[in-house]
Design a protein around this ligand. Structure first.
Ligand code: SAM
Ligand code: SF4
Length: 472
């Protein structure tokens, strides 16, 4: 790997400036309400405005922020929730991140890398549950170089079982050089996801020991710029909440989004906000663990700050928190996730984890079928749609909101068709009943009669034949 930064690499995180923004006195209620109104007008917020929301502690105003998050979610995203699952490929790692069970100094974790046959059986098991979208997860290790990651991506796409296939493979892996990003793009990745963990320099240094690859803050921060320079335009950013003051890291995420938008004309496709969880061999000595109330605040404030960016809520969180926080503007969740290596065949639906085999503990171990049913009962429309990416509609991802009628013409029909596939091929009888009822209702929101009759025709084909994978 050549350690060459992007053409205009710059460390755009100014800790002092963030501290000043966060230490200002609380904004006046009228000012907070103006900022909320701007966001409800679907305009992205700047750092000053985001900081004003972060400094708002008055419970009444915080409730208004929550309410605005819920409203924005409804107006911008409707009731769709996209589902995916993580697939851990290997946990060898040369880094020593203080918070992670895979760090090299942890001698109690069981190290393992899936071989080709094991990848195939994991993917089949995921397909047999109904998954269509995966994120592959890797430790950082010479063995998992860009070539290896690309081969793994191709391998995953090639596995097909009965009606099952994986139609979108995202990756979460250490930052690469230009050549590496080119390679994984050519292998057909969807989103390249990387978390900065914390944007706070001093904390970053503390949790990533100096003699490790990950200690290089700028190399990581600049990762997405290198990816953009090689033509990858579908990116996911994130921060690991609990390492430092959550307000600082929200500012970091918003600054990162604004930077990418300004420099490359495209912001990140998704933002993730994992909270630190207990992990094998990890002693948490953090003063910054985020409680549930502040977690809700941070999700709602992110929603308001970047109204058009997808937000991912993972199974690290419990069922209760997921159900509550989802309403603040989450667009993607994982379900039926197993994060032990080989877990999809070896752990099945067990409601416990073997932490020596995993990166951290999960809060929601429910099966995909249970989550699907719950989502529908809560009024959401689960979707496995992969259409935009397969038709090259990437980069300007928020065109779905900017182009009048896009959601009605594309997103809703695609959500209906992928849900129908799920119900026909994989759902339990109760989930199928809930799903068919929902489809009956959702189809009425497609006003265009040509599209509507096409969708009805395709639903019929899915139910009565082997035809699958219809999309708009
Ligand atoms: N090794 C790659 C890297 O560090 O970029 C891939 C990422 S790692 C396998 C996936 C993510 O898990 C990390 O970026 C980190 O944010 C998160 N993670 C690590 N330890 C965690 C913990 N104890 N609780 C919650 N999330 C954790
Ligand atoms: Fe390795 Fe990633 Fe875990 Fe750090 S977070 S120890 S780089 S797997």
């Amino acid at each position: 790997m050549k350690k060459e930064l992007s053409a205009h690499a710059v460390d755009f995180i100014d800790d002092k400036y963030f501290d000043n923004l966060l230490n200002n006195k609380s904004a006046e209620p009228s000012q907070v309400r103006d900022i909320i109104a701007k966001s409800l007008d679907k305009k992205a917020l700047n750092l000053d405005e985001t900081a004003a929301l972060l400094r708002t502690d008055d419970p009444e105003l915080v409730e208004e922020i929550f309410a605005a998050g819920r409203r924005l979610k409804k107006e911008v995203y409707g009731n769709r929730i996209v589902l995916f699952a993580p697939l851990y490929i290997g946990n060898e790692c040369v880094n020593d991140c203080a918070y992670c069970a895979f760090r090299r100094s942890n001698k109690t974790v069981i190290r393992r890398t899936l071989n080709d046959g094991e990848i195939e059986s994991q993917v089949k098991a995921l397909e047999d549950k109904g998954h269509k979208r995966l994120i592959l997860v890797f430790g950082e290790h010479p063995q998992y170089n860009a070539n290896y990651i690309s081969d793994t991506v191709r391998k995953v796409y090639s596995v097909k079982h009965e009606h099952g296939e994986i139609r979108r493979v995202n990756i979460n892996a250490a930052p690469m050089d230009h050549e590496g990003f080119k390679m994984v793009k050519e292998a057909g990745i969807g989103t390249y996801q990387i978390f900065m963990e914390t944007y706070h320099h001093e904390t970053y240094k503390k949790v990533h020991p100096q003699n490790t690859l990950k200690a290089d803050y700028l190399w990581r921060l600049d990762g997405l710029s290198r990816a953009f320079e090689t033509g990858c335009d579908d990116m996911g950013i994130g921060a690991l909440f609990g390492l430092y003051d959550w307000r600082f890291d929200v500012l970091g995420l918003v600054r990162h989004s604004l930077f990418l938008q300004e420099r490359y004309g495209v912001g990140p496709h998704t933002i993730s906000f994992p909270r630190l969880k207990p992990a094998n061999g990890v002693v948490h000595e953090s003063d910054y663990l985020v409680n549930d109330y502040d977690f809700k605040r941070l999700v709602a404030i992110l929603r308001l700050s970047v109204p058009y960016t997808g937000m991912i809520l993972t199974a690290r969180e419990s069922e209760e928190i997921r159900r509550e926080v989802m309403s603040f503007g989450v667009s993607q969740i994982d379900a039926g996730s197993r994060i032990e290596i080989g877990g999809y065949t070896e752990a099945g639906d067990a409601q416990t984890q073997v932490l020596e085999r995993e990166q951290f503990s999960l809060g929601d171990l429910r099966s995909l079928d249970t989550v699907m049913r719950q989502l529908m009962e809560d009024g959401y429309m689960p979707s496995f749609c992969t259409s935009c990416y397969r038709l090259g509609r990437t980069g300007e991802h928020f065109m779905e909101f900017a182009i009048p009628g896009f959601i009605e013409q594309f997103c809703t029909p695609n959500a209906i068709l992928t849900l129908m596939e799920y119900l026909t091929d994989y759902a339990s009888p109760e989930t199928r009943i809930s799903g068919e009822k929902l489809i009956g209702k959702e189809i009425n929101s497609v006003k265009n009669s040509i599209i509507k009759s096409k969708v009805l025709e395709q639903i019929d084909k899915i139910k009565t034949s082997d035809a699958r994978d219809f999309y708009f």
